[in-house]
Design a binder for this molecule. Structure first.
Ligand code: COA
Ligand code: MG
Length: 294
């Protein structure tokens, strides 16, 4: 599906069982909230978490923040009840955990239509299993199927490390082929993709370097576990003043009458093509959307 440009620089997880976090979210500068019913919630707390998330979303107060509810898998005792709660809520998306193949998303999409889900409700997919890495292209292609409503991939690097036994080391060398495969799959499907979490939330230097790496890789943003990760994450994933100025400059250059029929021109000693101007247009749109939000 074609998604309107929406900044998704930061997506903060919070356990649905943590009422204080759900309240605190209303005052945080964050693009997306990932209200969790799955891994961050113990089995005994699943019912409480579901009720708290349902009540918090109904009460509102989250402003422009995109609200995403991570449900338990449909093969667990909680998944279907979670889905019913999410469908009745005003959330923007359901995050489906441990997607292995397109059939997992088709199954959720089918349930959404059975429960008459509002048409604006999207699906996001956790990419966190070995099967998902091998099926990434097919899962990403669900982004082209309006019945499935897929609009975003979320890398689940902790589960991926567990299931593959690959280690999460500084620089993430072992993860890199999967991360980049998923970036390509997301782009081919026309959807967004968010990088995995950085567990050591007190390690500011390590976090900043992983944010920069994710931005270089083409990730749209990063999933976060703690509010202190928000500001450095936004710094890494927002277009810089220089990026925006350059984007405007090359677009202005191509708009000049003498360049109307040219495919490549020189600006400040660099070759730029129309594809660079198109990339620049996206930078400008993201920067404008961020500015409109502030
Ligand atoms: N969302 C919203 N608020 C959060 C938060 C989160 N993910 N993590 C911490 N906070 C709040 C705390 O409530 C606290 O607020 P307060 O000072 O107003 O009381 C403040 O930020 C500072 O928290 P701190 O004491 O540093 O951390 P903690 O020990 O309370 O919590 C974690 C640490 C890791 C348990 C917590 O950050 C967390 O649960 N993160 C999300 C985990 C998760 O969802 N994982 C699943 C996906 S990987
Ligand atoms: Mg997981």
């Amino acid at each position: 599906m074609t998604i309107p440009i929406r900044p998704r620089r930061s997506a903060l997880y919070m356990p649905g069982s943590n009422a204080r976090a759900l309240e605190k979210a209303k005052s945080l500068d964050v693009d997306c909230l990932l209200l969790d019913l799955e891994d961050a919630v113990a089995p005994d707390a699943k019912d409480l978490a579901r009720t708290q998330i349902g009540d918090a979303v109904a009460a509102g107060g989250y402003g422009e923040r995109e609200i995403v509810i991570r449900i338990n898998g449909l093969d667990t005792p909680w998944g279907e009840t979670d889905l019913q709660m999410a469908v009745k809520s005003t959330a923007d998306a359901i995050l489906v955990p441990k997607v292995n193949a397109p059939s997992d998303l088709q199954r959720v999409a089918h349930m959404l239509s059975l429960h008459n889900a509002p048409s604006k409700l999207q699906l996001w997919a956790m990419m966190e299993t070995p099967e998902a890495m091998l099926n990434a292209a097919a899962i990403g292609a669900c982004g082209k199927d309006p019945e499935i409503r897929l609009s975003c991939f979320v890398m689940g690097t902790n589960d991926l490390a567990k299931e593959t036994r690959a280690r999460l080391t500084p620089g993430r060398a072992a993860m890199m082929p999967w991360l980049m495969t998923c970036v390509a799959a997301a782009r081919a499907g026309g959807i967004d993709i968010l990088d995995g979490v950085y567990n050591a939330f007190q390690d500011e230097e390590g976090f900043a370097s992983e944010c920069a790496q994710g931005a270089d890789m083409g990730m749209d943003g990063k999933t976060l576990i703690h509010p202190k990760q928000l500001a450095p994450c936004h710094a890494a994933f927002s277009p810089s003043v220089d990026d925006v100025a350059w984007a405007r400059k090359i677009n202005d250059a191509f708009d000049l009458p003498e360049n109307a029929n040219k495919g490549a021109i020189q600006v400040d000693g660099k070759m730029v093509e129309r594809l660079h101007a198109d990339m620049g247009k996206r930078v400008i749109m993201i920067a404008d959307a961020i500015a409109a939000r502030a």
